[in-house]
Design a protein around this ligand. Sequence first.
Ligand code: PEP
Ligand code: MG
Length: 592
Amino acid sequence: MSFQVFGIAVSRGVAIGRAVLVASSRVDVAHYFVAPDEIQAEIARLLRARDAVVQELETLKNELPEDAPHELAALLDVHLMLLHDEAFTGGASQWIVDRHYNAEWALSAQLEVLARAFDEMEDDYLRERKADLEQVVERVLGALAQEQGDAPTPVTPRDFAGEDPLLLVAADIAPADMIQFKRSVFRGFITDIGGKTSHTAIVARSMDIPAVVGTREASRLIMQDDWVIIDGDAGTVIVNPSPIVLEEYRFRQRQSELERARLARLRHTPAVTLDGEHIELHANIEMPADAEAAVAAGATGVGLFRSEFLFMNRDGELPSEDEQFEAYKAAVEAMKGMPVTIRTVDVGADKPLDRLTVNELRHEHVLNPAMGLRAIRWSLAEPSMFRQQLRAIYRASAYGKVRLLIPMVAHLSEVRQILETIKKVQQQLTDAGHAFTRVELGVMIEIPAAAVMLPLLLRHVDFVSIGTNDLIQYTLAIDRADEAVAHLYDPWHPAVLQLISQSIAQARAAGKGVSVCGEMAGDPDFTELLLAMGLRSFSMHPSQIPAVKQRVLRADAQRLAGALPKLLDSEDPQATAERELAAVRAAPAAAH
Ligand code: PEP
Ligand code: MG
């Protein structure tokens, strides 16, 4: 039966493929394909791991002391029974044969299928056996990890014929796991949780694959292997589409591929408005390797290197100074003399260091993480970690143009502490004989307090970067990762527009650099608005650069600026913008 699920559109385009349901706790299981000639060996690997667990449990059972409660032996029997059940290894083996999944993936796919069957059972006792099944899977995954050496060589889907594209469906995905999917097999994402600028959505956008988040129950309604269409423009998911609908979406998919190819031709065209204003289109990156995509997309620098992703997936161990230095240097070298803006670590809120999802974090750990110890607050609370990161960033400055960006600044006292730490770090580097050059210092404008007192902050810094994702969140008191209030997360809110517009004007008046690096900068619907406000530097995911560039090339910055007062005075800025900015577009271009 065909049905639709509605969510929030976060990454554009159409993806068509089969659903892969992944439990949030299983997202970090390795997902890769096995070559056809390795399928039998992979099944054997799975069975060996199963047998090892059987052996382990049997030994445990035989060695149970006389006085052990008899429930314990019964429990071990249940686990052994599950391990021998054909639906368990037989089902998992089938995923390996049919879909070429590696053993770990096959096992978690089968767990999803069986867990659902358990959920639907009437009998309480049987329903509760789901927990046993999960424990058994956990054990087999553990046994598979023990014999990593025998794991097959991963192959990409293109290496064998007949595969269907795969779309990931999960209740939620932690940003730390999301980053591992960057080079993954999935061509689209659907999650129950999240908002337009939650970090999971941001990473999906950086991967340039369609995604819909905040669907609330997609992971419950969609079945493993269902055919699914993700409409990343409308924020809808169509499950088991009819052939006519499928054909319609295949057509749209082809159209958007053609449009992309057309826009890609703008790569070498400088971003200059009709009235001759040069616009910087910089890239937001999460890993040094992303710099390659930035250059390929025609970025003229990196406006935001979210360094926190270097700190994730490390089992609590932080990256050393040398490791960070190598990462920053790699990004700087890849950008070949173009500026690289490295933001100091911004963990906390919906970006925990470990693999927690937003929900886990909210419910189990911190009362209100978005307002807690995150970003610069965390760095200042961990001075040696902060100095280490600053040293690594300064050392990278010997290899190109590095700029330092501090997230979530709200107090002048924080800026003073940062300046003092920088002085200390420069001295340490000089003493140790490390080379470095001048590094411009910038702060992010993400908290309304920073925007309101910007003239004071500007006395101490070289540039500012407006983080609209958080600025909207904190101005409107809307958790950016909470789908329940996503409809109130409004970049067009008059208060938001006032803060952005004032910040740009004040920074320009002070002769300081100003850019926007939040998601608004990469959304072509806001390009003219930001140009009208006087913005000349935008930073976004590389994949968004061509579409924004196209808007820039067709814009007349001076005439757009003329429409701004009406817009800022409007009670419905979005409607006014549509009317006023369209009028600028329609009017014959003036000679300049
Ligand atoms: C922002 O808040 O707009 C921003 C760019 O930072 P992040 O999305 O990483 O919080
Ligand atoms: Mg932010």
